[in-house]
Design a binder for this molecule. Structure first.
Ligand code: B4P
Length: 193
C-alpha cells in the first residue's frame, strides 16, 4: 500500500491534481473539503456546522475531520493506497492520521508539497469563484484569512513530515499537465515503478 498526502495552500491545485492522480494510480481519494461540501449539500447537522466555519475561511474542528477520515479508512480496506487531499491541515490531524495508518500497518509514503506564490493563489480563487459558487472563494478578505490560517495552522504539518524526511517540494506554477508530470515522477521514484 502506498499512501500519499497532496499538500499546499488553499488554491494550490490539490483537488485539480488529485483527479488526475487517482485516474493514473487508482488511489482512493480522500478530500476532506469534498466530504464536507457533500455534507453541506445534504444539509446534515455536521454540514450546517461546517458551512458557517468554511464560509468564514476557518478550519472545521479536528475531531470532526479526524472522525470522517477514520470512517473512510475503515470503509476501504482493500485499496492500493489513499490519496489525502486537504488533510491533514493541523499537527493534531497529522498525528491522528499517523496513528490510524499504523493501526492498519501502513504509513505515509510521501508528502508532495505544491509551491505556489500568494498572489497566484488569490487570483486562482477569484477565478474559481466564477464557477464554483463557493462562498469561501468569493470574498478577498476570506481568501486572505484562509492563507493566514494556512500559515499558522497548516504549514506546521510540513515540518511534522519533514522531520521524517517525507516532504517533497514540487513547483505548482505552470500548466496542469506539466505539474502532473512532476508529481508522477516523484511518486514513481518512491513507489519503485
Ligand atoms: P479544500 O476543499 O481542501 O480546498 P482548497 O484548499 O481551497 O483548494 P485546492 O488546493 O484543492 O485547489 P484547486 O485544485 O481547486 O478546502 C476548503 C475548506 O474546507 C477549508 O478552507 C476548510 O474550511 C475546510 N476543510 C477542508 N479540509 C479540512 C481539514 N482537514 N480540517 C479542517 N477544515 C477543512 O485549485 C484552485 C483553482 O486553481 C481551481 O480553479 C483550478 O482550476 C485552478 N488551478 C489548478 N491548477 C492550476 C494551474 N496549474 N494553473 C492555473 N490554475 C490552476
Amino acid at each position: 500500500m502506498f499512501n500519499l498526502i497532496l499538500f499546499g495552500p488553499p488554491g494550490s491545485g490539490k483537488g485539480t491534481q488529485s483527479e488526475k492522480l487517482i485516474e493514473k494510480y487508482g488511489f482512493k481519494h480522500l478530500s476532506t473539503g469534498d466530504i464536507l461540501r457533500g455534507e453541506i449539500a445534504n444539509r446534515t447537522p455536521l454540514g450546517m456546522e461546517a458551512k458557517s466555519l468554511m464560509d468564514k475561511g476557518q478550519l472545521v474542528p479536528d475531531e470532526v475531520v479526524i472522525g470522517m477520515i477514520s470512517s473512510a479508512l475503515e470503509a476501504n480496506p482493500h485499496v492500493p493506497g489513499f490519496l489525502f487531499d486537504g488533510f491533514p491541515r493541523t499537527t493534531a490531524q497529522a498525528e491522528a492520521l499517523d496513528k490510524l495508518l499504523s493501526l492498519k500497518k501502513t504509513e505515509i509514503g510521501a508528502v508532495l508539497f505544491l509551491q505556489v506564490p500568494d498572489e497566484e493563489l488569490i487570483s486562482r480563487m477569484i477565478n474559481r469563484a466564477k464557477t464554483s459558487g463557493r462562498a469561501d472563494d468569493a470574498d478577498e478578505q476570506v481568501q486572505r484569512r484562509r492563507l493566514d490560517v494556512y500559515l499558522r495552522d497548516t504549514l506546521p504539518v510540513a515540518e511534522h513530515y519533514g522531520k521524517i524526511d517525507k516532504v517533497v517540494e514540487v513547483e505548482g506554477v505552470g500548466s496542469i499537465d506539466e505539474i502532473f508530470r512532476k508529481l508522477t515522477q516523484e511518486i514513481d521514484s518512491r513507489k519503485g515503478v
